[in-house]
Design a protein around this ligand. Sequence first.
Ligand SMILES: Nc1ncnc2c1ncn2[C@@H]1O[C@H](COP(=O)(O)OP(=O)(O)OP(=O)(O)O)[C@@H](O)[C@H]1O
Ligand SMILES: [Mg+2]
Length: 260
Amino acid sequence: MNKRKHRPGHEQEDERAHGIANKGAEEGGEEGADEGANEIVLRADGLVKSFVQGQQRVGVLHGVSLTVGRGERVAIIGRSGSGKSTLLHLLAGLDDPDSGAVAVAGTPIGPLSAAGRAALRNRWMGFVYQMHHLLPEFSALENVAMPLRLGGMRARAAAEEAGAMLAAVGLGHRLGHRPAALSGGERQRVAVARALVGNRLVVLADEPTGNLDRDNAEQVFDLMCRLSDGRGVAFVIVTHDESMLGGVHRVLRLVDGRIT
Ligand SMILES: Nc1ncnc2c1ncn2[C@@H]1O[C@H](COP(=O)(O)OP(=O)(O)OP(=O)(O)O)[C@@H](O)[C@H]1O
Ligand SMILES: [Mg+2]
């Protein structure tokens, strides 16, 4: 954890995540050279989820457990309707499982209020969707600065950090552009910058290249891998695109509501 940049106003969260997410180092009293190697940034235990459709209850997840280590890239694949997006929603605390538990940076998300979950997401998690979901009336810079501002960072510091992040995704020359004035690939790179800004620990990506042509898809995926390696950010990537699987460390298949 000591590689993470310090952010003022987050001492408490840093302490807590450090203490819980990095138990090995804590017990050892120091963080060794392979610090973070065993650090679990995201953990799911026995997730069961069903939806009621009409008179029927339809089971989607039947006991999904997974752990994602610091800087690890995990792909989740499975046929349409197998529950991939449902699983990401549970991992983000955007929906509740029928049973089972999720912990983000060592903090169990289940007991938290909606505001507590939002704060936890803002601090540790980024999101990339098939649609970029950028705010149309804001510039690229403002869109990327938004999570930092929501996290309490001052405008100037947030703009600086957002500008650096946009430069890192190759868009330092597009800071003032609104989403409508960007290409599809550029928009998705802004979305990646927004997901990563603020030293997030884990990014959940649901078909992040699904709307892009091959060249742009490869570019965005390479970018995610490079930033993930460089910054130690974990990625959970739902994808249909088998060509993306070469860049991930683990592939999990969702079949019949279970990971195989
Ligand atoms: N809010 C909901 N209410 C009822 N059923 C739902 C709800 N959300 C998802 N489902 C059902 O759960 C199943 C899994 O949906 P999910 O969106 O997780 O699939 P997916 O694996 O992401 O599929 P795709 O690859 O098409 O995006 C589907 O059968 C879907 O109809
Ligand atoms: Mg889906």
